[in-house]
Design a protein around this ligand. Structure first.
Ligand code: IMP
Ligand code: MG
Length: 197
């Protein structure tokens, strides 16, 4: 078995794929409404690295829009920790977002610090519109920073999950479903240097 440390599966590939298609339809409809007022408007998709990579790859192929991609890296979960240590931008934030329709994509909304920070910084550039999309949200987790997220794939229990882009200590991002890890797998360090969100 390739992933012996997976405990139980919360969301299957099929459930995720169906929901991503639905979210894509809604997002495309909403952005098209915005563009209706100004068809020349530009659409910029901003995945938060690294966790949003898999969702972004699937979601943008459900968006029949003329769009560009600009990534932002935020680090909040270094190494083997499973609780947020606060968010900070690693590297540069995309510039020139003024007047554009921006959609931020992240894997999960947990404490709210990551998306809260990225939204705050992008708003300073005065985009024409700004929305956020996540695959997962943990409604029971302590929301340290209140933040609006317009598109949520699934609400899940307050458990640490991996797969479909989400990692533990840098691993499991390629596991195609959303699953928990066996307790004995958590806390064991792999030696992979501090991961980015
Ligand atoms: P927040 O800033 O606390 O909302 O956390 C968001 C970031 O923490 C996400 O981008 C994820 O990378 C990471 N994160 C939060 N919960 C989990 C989880 O259950 N598994 C893996 N990563 C998580
Ligand atoms: Mg992460």
């Amino acid at each position: 078995m390739v992933f012996p440390e997976i405990d139980h599966i919360l969301l299957t590939r099929e459930q995720i794929a169906a929901r991503v298609r639905e979210m894509g339809e809604r997002i495309a409809r909403d952005i098209n409404l915005e563009l209706g007022n100004n068809p020349e408007g530009e659409v910029v998709i901003i995945p938060i690295l690294t966790g949003a990579l898999v969702l972004t790859a699937d979601l943008i192929r459900e968006l029949p829009l003329r769009l560009s991609l600009r990534v932002v890296a935020v680090s909040s979960y270094p190494g083997t920790s499973i609780t947020s240590k606060g968010a900070k931008i690693a590297g540069d934030l995309p510039r020139d977002l003024g007047g554009k329709h921006v959609l931020i994509i992240d894997d999960i909304l947990d404490s709210g610090q990551t998306i809260g920070l990225v939204k705050e910084l992008i708003l300073q550039q005065r985009p024409a519109s700004l929305r956020a999309c996540v695959l997962l949200r943990k409604p029971e987790s302590a929301r340290l920073r209140p933040v609006d997220v317009e598109y949520v794939g699934f609400d899940i229990p307050n458990e640490f999950v991996v797969g479909y882009g989400l990692d533990y200590d840098g691993f499991y991002r390629n596991y195609p479903q959303i699953a928990t890890l066996k307790p004995e797998a958590i806390g064991r360090s792999s030696g992979v240097p501090g991961g980015a969100a």
